[in-house]
Ligand binder design. Structure first.
Ligand SMILES: Cc1ncc(COP(=O)(O)O)c(C=O)c1O
Ligand SMILES: [Zn+2]
Length: 414
């Protein structure tokens, strides 16, 4: 293992990785950022060595993963395609538009990269009970990885969790509890999860850095893969569907690491995207505010159900990434999200849930505003499959019902 130390993102207290810390002892909601011995990593983490490796999900990049790969699940996350979206790009007006298609993961969202690492760490630490607060994707992912590794999983989800996600959770054998939203600006699932950590000693594994620093390292591999798929170069822009900001944090970390290791020379501009019904992080970025000034959204609301965290727990690193890379942030409207889901499916054959498609809506907006232009190279992360909540977009009532006769078909066609 190449982890050198862990450092709290708030109070800068340093921790010995051998003690397997999870939370900062100062209770300051800091994330224990993982620092590797990059000189040692560099001895084997080179272009030629990586290109020779078989795809093994997040473990392809084992030097920069904080868990021994002996504890890995065989489910096989990651190694997702980078699709050149020529038809969608043509319609939007940008020639080099690429989709990192994260719908192909074992439970159909990018969260599998995070939970592959978080759950393996629980096994490495000898823990049995794992607990998560999530709007659905991270929970169903943790449930699958728990099933695969023999862990007991409890998931706290919102009252109106989507049926696709709830059924995954139940069938993977998790204990699932829906929790009522009672107080504005707070996520009650997170509060309850932390009570079980303190009172019952369970291992917290949500996809928020301040409550589990290990899982942050999984989604980094999206960027390692993307850079390798682009011939060790970076695009001009990366669009990131954003709720808690943990994915954006991982992306920023991966970019810094690749540059430090000399594998890339510059950064793409990072663009977090949120729905206008829950945009605390985007608002702070657009208003030039610091992370400390971020105000939680009082009552988040959007069809992008995976992006409804009222508070961006990992917004500090997301903001730093956006500012350092010269990026920006975008809020998109409900109608724009619906339109993006349809365009992705109709023009590219990629079926995304609303949360997974917001990046496409944001590309369209930045093209209209002249921030993006036709010659830019753009990567959009498509983070989860539309099969999880198809009812948000389509209904069988829209399908015509005909008699089994060719004449009926002809009448319909005319
Ligand atoms: C489909 C999808 N995309 C993106 C995100 C955003 O990730 P983060 O909360 O790390 O910002 C989520 C989070 O739940 C999600 O479910
Ligand atoms: Zn701290």
């Amino acid at each position: 293992m190449f982890v050198e130390k862990m450092v709290c993102s708030r109070c800068r207290t340093e921790y010995n990785p051998l003690s397997n810390p999870i939370l900062c002892r100062n209770n300051d909601n800091g994330r224990l950022d993982i620092v590797y011995d990059y000189d040692r990593v560099a001895e084997s983490f080179s272009k030629s060595s990586i290109e020779k490796r078989v795809p093994r999900g997040v473990w392809r990049y084992w030097e920069l993963i904080p868990v021994d790969q002996r504890y890995a699940s065989p489910l096989g996350e990651g190694n997702t395609p980078l699709l050149h979206a020529q038809r969608l790009g043509g319609e939007l007006g940008v020639r080099r538009l690429f989709l990192k298609d994260e719908t192909r993961n074992p439970t159909a969202s990018f969260k599998d990269r995070a939970m592959a690492v978080g759950a393996a760490k629980a096994v490495e630490m000898g823990r049995k009970d794992v607990v998560i607060a999530s709007s659905g994707n991270a929970a169903s992912s943790l449930a699958a990885y728990s099933a695969s590794l023999g862990l007991r999983c409890t998931a706290f989800v919102p009252e109106d969790v989507a049926i696709g996600k709830a059924s995954q959770l139940l069938l993977y054998g998790a204990r699932v509890l829906r929790v009522k939203q009672v107080e504005e600006g707070r996520d009650p699932t997170v509060d309850l999860m932390m009570q079980t950590v303190k009172e019952l000693g369970w291992y917290p594994c949500p996809s928020f850095g301040p409550f589990n620093p290990y899982q942050v390292e999984g989604p980094k591999t999206i960027i390692y893969e993307m850079v390798e798929q682009m011939g060790w170069s970076v695009p001009d822009f990366v669009f990131i569907p954003t709720g808690s900001g943990c994915l954006a944090t991982g992306i920023w970390k991966a970019l810094k690491e690749l540059r430090l290791l000399g594998l890339i020379e510059n950064y793409p501009k990072m663009v977090p995207v949120q729905p206008s019904g829950n945009m605390p992080l985007v608002r702070a970025i657009l208003q030039g505010k610091s992370f400390e000034e971020v105000e939680p959204e009082k009552w988040p609301k959007s069809i992008a159900s995976g992006l409804l965290d009222p508070y961006p727990w990992d917004g500090d690193a997301a903001i730093e990434g956006v500012r350092t890379t010269g990026g920006t942030a975008v809020a998109v409207e409900e109608e724009e999200i619906r339109d993006a889901v349809k365009k992705l499916a109709r023009l590219e054959g990629v079926f995304a849930e609303p949360s997974g498609a917001v990046g496409v809506a944001a590309v369209q907006k930045l093209l209209e505003q002249g921030v993006l232009d036709a010659s830019d190279t753009v990567v959009v992360l498509v983070t989860a499959s539309g099969l999880k909540e198809p009812e948000k977009i389509a209904s069988t009532a829209e399908l015509p019902l005909i008699q089994p006769a060719l004449s009926e078909l002809m009448r319909y066609l005319s």
